[in-house]
Write a protein that binds this ligand. Structure first.
Ligand code: UD1
Length: 412
């Protein structure tokens, strides 16, 4: 429940990156000895993954923002289907278990319903390393006699496929070259983690990654990078409420496209080494946004930006180039007086001076966060239902917002 209209003020600490952490936990299963991962976000997707690792025979010791994963006892290549099907990133267990056992069987990944999300590039990659794949009754089975390095060209730029193939190729025989790779900061973070475990990966963060297979990996200690999308979320929340918020513990370089777009709208952003200060002066200006793989404007930010555009002066266009089904949330926002229409991959948003509180249903993770921000910026009370979507990927969102002065509470 949100009582809107209060400008956010103060400081917010950004947590570790969800999309990095959900790959690093499975990556820890490649080692023979325990790894310690800190700056871990306290989110439901991490809890689900830890449960799956325990189920597979691994040991986990969880402290606040830290997990120790001991993979020694891992004795199964079949994560529990009811858990695996609840999250997208369970697909990283395929790469990790395939590397460990030459075999993996897992329910087709779930996650946000934002359009068709095939995993054909993951499968193409595993098969290029020598695995055979079958999909039956919703379960994907991947099996190889042994994994042998190969040259793989991805037909689409995919974060998931790039990371999954790094996992599968780390201990494959010989050299693997991945081309047309995703360049997201979390791809680099996972490569750094694997290299600290003894892997030989070069080129992460560019289009081409070279992996020379090694026999063994050992545990290590790793700090997850800050979450660029969580940071972007609080930047938007600050601007939408015309507040004054310092966003702490970030890597500004990872936020370049978001900073550039928001600055173009007239948001005032002061950059420091690891912090940003976000303020506004008057009504924001319209802009057009086109989502692209990193370093382009992230698709995960478009729903949040839509709230800012809904209140900006003029008509804006968002072109969604990554997922074709990522505009469903606009129907919910329309209940608040947002003026938007969607044609194919483009949403046209005509800014209004004010929006009003309404009962809303979160349709997915980022849409849910966008609805909270819309509620914070609106006049009156907004109720956001289905917040389990939001808890999958945001740590204590209502507590962080309360600290910034928001009138928001979680209601059972
Ligand atoms: C990851 C992120 C998600 C983010 C997305 C794009 C995780 C857990 N999730 O999702 O938050 O929105 O990157 O930045 O990290 N594709 C194929 N075949 C494949 C794989 C992908 O056609 O085998 C397509 C997808 O449908 C999509 C595009 O490639 O259109 C990008 O997908 P990908 O980068 O793989 O996204 P996810 O790993 O699903």
């Amino acid at each position: 429940m949100i009582n809107g209209g209060i400008p956010l003020k103060g400081t917010v600490e950004i947590s570790g990156a969800k999309n990095s952490a959900v790959a690093i936990l499975p990556a820890a299963l490649l080692a023979d000895t325990p790894s310690t991962i800190d700056n871990l976000p306290e989110i439901n997707d991490i809890e689900l993954l830890s449960k799956m690792i325990e189920y597979l025979g691994g040991k986990t010791i969880k402290k606040e923002h830290e997990i120790i994963i001991d993979p020694e006892g891992i004795n199964s290549f079949c994560p529990p289907h009811e858990l695996a099907s609840q999250m997208r990133a369970s697909y990283y267990l395929i790469g990790a278990l395939l590397s460990r056992f030459n075999e993996a069987a897992i329910a087709m990944p779930g996650g946000c319903n934002i359009g068709v999300r095939p995993i054909d590039q993951h499968i193409k990659g595993f098969e290029a390393l020598g695995a055979k794949t079958t999909i039956e009754h919703g379960i994907i089975k991947v099996k190889a006699d042994k994994l042998v390095g190969n040259h793989i060209y991805f037909d689409v730029v995919s974060v998931g496929a790039t990371i999954n193939l790094m996992l599968a190729a780390c201990k494959a025989e010989g050299t693997t070259i991945l081309e047309n790779c995703a360049k997201e900061p979390h791809v680099v973070d996972v490569a750094n983690f694997l290299n600290a475990m003894g892997a030989n990966i070069k080129g992460a963060g560019t289009d081409m990654i070279k992996i020379v297979g090694v026999d063994k990996l050992h545990g290590c200690k790793h700090t997850v990078i800050p979450d660029q999308i969580e940071a972007g979320t609080y930047m938007v929340a600050a601007a939408a409420t015309h507040g004054d918020v310092t966003i702490k513990g970030i890597i500004p370089k990872h936020l370049e496209s978001i900073i550039a777009k928001m600055s173009e709208m007239g948001v005032i952003i002061e950059e420091y080494d690891e912090d940003l200060k976000v303020t506004t002066a008057g009504r924001l200006k319209r802009v057009d946004i086109k989502t692209q793989p990193y370093p382009g404007f992230p698709t995960d930010m478009q729903q949040l930006m839509a709230v800012l555009l809904a209140l900006a002066d003029g008509v804006s266009m968002i072109t969604e180039n990554v997922y074709e089904g990522r505009f469903k949330y606009l129907d919910e926002l329309k209940k608040m007086g947002v003026n938007a229409k969607v044609e194919g991959r483009t949403a046209v948003i005509e800014g209004v001076e004010k929006i009003t509180g309404a009962p809303l249903k979160a349709t997915d993770l980022r849409a849910g966060a966008a609805m909270i921000i819309a509620g914070l910026a609106a006049n009156g009370v907004t109720e956001v239902k289905n917040i389990y979507h939001i808890d999958r990927g945001y740590e204590a969102i209502e507590k962080k917002l309360q600290k910034l002065g928001a009138d928001i509470k979680r209601v059972k």
